[in-house]
Design a protein around this ligand. Structure first.
Ligand code: UFG
Length: 327
């Protein structure tokens, strides 16, 4: 069996990654402390409940499975929370990643795929962001991910740990089969919150700020379908196994949509009204985050073919209506 250790495999993106890894013939071994993940999202391989801050547990798991690679999704990822409580982000995201990378090196596992974020770029005033753009994070979430990127570069130089670093833009949608999808508690993300408002589970969607310097005053993001995103991870894994070396890739489409545009598309796809409230700006939010890179396309052969806004909202809506996420 070709095992791949998937941290955060019980979470939103990690569970979708496990699904495509299993389809590609790998055995995804989920390592998750279930602090934000869901036991019933682990459907595609073995499960080890462990915290990344527990180095002994990690050593035991590496010894048991001898994985050929690590895909490291587990992290705290709430931008607003990170603006209020930065210490947690440094402890969990940086401390956990350090333990994991050290355990991988000790077990002679030399391939590491890391979930980073466009939040490492910070607010760059309308600039399209590519991998060479200077990283200037404006919140502890982005800063913690940038720190892990730097750590991985050091670990390559000293220990030969090769990494593919993916800087995600805004991930959305769900597996079209409806077996896994997005489920955070508390939910903080735009599209699931909007779907809740549409079917009456919340009174309204609050738009955080309408006075940004954008055409309609609301923040702009580059949305990418979770199934496209995890396809890129498979390609990144093969890249490493082919010994093509460490590399950073943005994962976005290059098209930005404002919060109000997402609201309009959601109304169209679901054929329902979206109840809206107006709120103040949310701490830590950048005005616009849009990828300006084609590197993942030209070098990895990645095409985000499912990443139209309507398809992402449609797949999220199907998952939402299935009721699975309420379990
Ligand atoms: N928004 C609202 N109302 C809500 C929720 C969100 O107006 O109830 C707005 C936000 O202010 C933002 C946009 O919708 O402008 C998207 O917000 P999300 O919370 O869905 O996503 P973020 O852009 O804050 O964060 C996501 C991921 C992070 C990643 C980041 C990079 O959660 O992990 O994208 O932008 F780092």
């Amino acid at each position: 069996m070709t095992n791949v250790l998937v941290t955060g495999g019980a979470g939103y993106i990690g569970s979708h990654a496990c699904k495509v890894l299993a389809q590609a013939g790998y055995t995804p071994v989920t390592v998750d402390n279930l602090s934000t993940g869901w036991r019933d999202a682990v459907q595609f391989g073995p499960f080890e409940q462990a915290d990344l801050l527990d180095r002994e547990a990690l050593d035991r798991i590496f010894g048991k499975y001898s994985p050929v690679a690590v895909m490291h999704f587990a992290a705290l990822s709430d931008v607003a929370e990170s603006a209020r409580d930065p210490g947690r982000y440094w402890r969990v995201n940086v401390g956990g990643s350090l333990n994991l990378a050290e355990a991988a090196v000790a077990a002679e596992c030399r391939h590491f795929v890391f979930s980073s974020t466009c939040a490492t770029y910070g607010d760059q005033d309308g600039v399209l962001l590519d991998e060479e753009t200077e990283q200037r994070p404006i919140n502890a979430y982005g800063a913690s991910k940038r720190a892990v990127e730097a750590m991985l570069q050091n670990f390559e130089t000293v220990y030969g740990l090769k990494s593919v670093i993916f800087r995600y833009f805004n991930v959305a949608g769900a597996s079209p089969d409806g077996d896994v999808g997005e489920h955070h508690r508390p939910e903080t993300h735009l599209i699931p919150l909007m779907l809740d408002a549409i079917d009456g589970k919340r009174p309204a969607l609050t738009i955080f700020g309408e006075d940004y310097e954008t055409p309609d005053g609301t923040c702009i993001r580059d949305y990418v379908h979770v199934m496209d995103l995890v396809d890129a991870h498979l390609k990144g894994l093969e890249w490493l196994r082919d010994e093509r070396g460490s590399r950073v890739f943005n994962l976005g489409t290059g098209s930005g949509f404002s919060v109000k545009q997402v609201v309009e598309h959601s109304a169209g796809v679901t054929n329902r009204e979206v109840p809206i409230d107006k709120g103040p700006r949310r701490a830590g939010d950048a005005v616009a985050l849009v990828s300006g890179s084609r590197r993942a396309g030209t070098e990895l052969g990645w095409t985000p073919e499912r990443s139209t806004l309507d398809r992402m909202i449609g797949d999220a809506w199907r998952w939402h209506q299935s009721g699975s996420y309420e379990k």
